[in-house]
Design a protein around this ligand. Structure first.
Ligand code: ADE
Length: 231
């Protein structure tokens, strides 16, 4: 069973529209759409925005639907000048940039008393997603790199610079690393797929609504192709 989490209705409704034999299960205020997507058994759900929603959503996917893997799709702010709005980032790993126990001697982003705070994504999923993206979105670029997540919309050059220096990420968003941590704790593979909607600086509030729709189209096409390719 494939678990697919989007943060917002705009992206999720485009995926659920493609599903067959859909059953909707309500839990924790979320509508889990289980059925067939591109011929594969899948559950598609909107987690809502932020890390708590995303973590809860992933655990429900594991407990109620016994998912074998989880894909997180959505949009993100670019932290790399080579990445254009509309391009896609696939996570190589992810972490939570707003975890801070510095007062106890931990580096920023380190979760005390956990073996790791950086969660590697599944290599097979990365490679399948890359080839899927090149096939269905030939007009854009696909990058692989670190995704940092926090309960913050990053729209400030100073914060952007801090994230770059501290974590060397490719993009930032608000759910991926929470899904990654839940996947790690449950020992299932995960991948974050994000289309870039803005540059996470002073122009982010203006760019985001303008480019959101186009960015979502790219991720939806990619997720459908990836789903079809999965065993
Ligand atoms: N999602 C899309 N753009 C973002 C940004 N700049 N910060 C956090 N989440 C985002």
């Amino acid at each position: 069973m494939i678990g697919i989490i989007g943060a917002m209705e705009e992206e999720v409704e485009k995926l659920t529209a493609q599903m067959e034999d859909v059953k909707i299960t309500q839990k924790a205020g979320m509508a889990f759409h289980s059925g067939k997507l591109c011929g594969k058994r899948a559950v598609v759900v909107r987690s809502g925005i932020g890390k708590v929603n995303a973590g809860i959503c992933t655990q429900i996917l594991v407990d109620l639907f016994q998912i074998d893997l989880v894909i997180n799709t959505g949009i993100a702010g670019s932290l790399n000048a080579d990445i254009d709005i509309g391009d896609i980032v696939l996570s190589t790993d992810s972490l939570q940039h707003d975890v801070n126990a510095v007062a106890f001697g931990y580096k920023p982003g380190v979760i005390p008393r956990m073996e790791t705070s950086v969660f590697p994504a599944d290599k097979h999923l990365i490679s399948l997603a890359k080839s899927s993206c090149e096939k269905v979105n030939p007009d854009i670029h696909v990058f692989e790199g670190r995704v940092v997540s926090g309960d913050q919309f990053v729209a400030d050059s100073e914060l952007k610079q801090y994230l770059l220096e501290q974590f060397q990420p490719m993009c930032t968003e608000m759910e991926g690393a929470a899904i990654a941590q839940a996947a790690y704790l449950n020992q299932i593979p995960y991948l974050i797929i994000r289309a870039i909607s803005d540059k996470a600086d002073g122009s982010a509030q203006i760019d985001y609504p303008v480019f959101e729709a186009a960015a979502i189209q790219h991720t939806v096409k990619l997720v459908l192709e990836l789903c079809a390719m999965l065993q």
